[in-house]
Design a protein around this ligand. Structure first.
Ligand SMILES: [Zn+2]
Length: 162
């Protein structure tokens, strides 16, 4: 069902700062950051390093339990909304944002409300179930690269919990 190209990173098995190997069931602190040259990269830290670390510059953050082979789970609604909001902040991510928004509709995290046009651009309007937060997503035809990024995102996020 899910596209899983061989090049996709699996969850890190050790802390990205101190290098200690995670133990099964250990709480990992994860962030998603932009990778040089395009796409995104997941970084994971142990609790002690995450507490010392500060800063932003990430697209979203979440915690998960380390498991050598995590089971896919639906994305928490709040994380999905944060991430979509951040994707919409950059025009070059518009294609991936379109794929992600429709994925969230299929997962019943978002509801599609309407389609409208503003200044010659077509938009889809979505609403988050629960919070009622709305997202105006400019239509962008997703290309190959957008699809790759989108599946990369899902791969990195779907074992998350919060
Ligand atoms: Zn650490």
């Amino acid at each position: 069902m899910r596209s899983t190209p061989a090049s996709l990173p699996s969850p890190p098995s050790e802390c990205g700062i101190c290098g200690r190997a995670f133990e099964e069931g250990e709480r990992m602190h994860n962030i998603l950051v932009e990778r040089e040259g395009g796409g995104w990269e997941r970084k994971s830290f142990c609790a002690a390093c995450a507490e010392r670390g500060k800063g932003g510059g990430y697209l979203c953050r979440w915690t998960s339990e380390y498991a050598p082979r995590p089971k896919p789970r639906p994305l928490p609604a709040e994380l999905a909304a944060d991430l979509l909001g951040n994707l919409l902040g950059r025009p070059e991510w518009a294609g991936a944002a379109n794929l992600f928004a429709w994925h969230l509709v299929r997962r019943r995290t978002l509801k599609h409300l309407s389609t409208f046009k503003r200044e010659g651009v077509d938009y889809n309007l979505f609403e988050a179930k629960g919070t009622g937060r709305r997202f105006e997503v400019p239509f962008a035809e997703p290309g190959e690269e957008d699809r790759r990024r989108f599946f990369e995102l899902l791969e990195m996020l779907e074992e998350s919990e919060r």
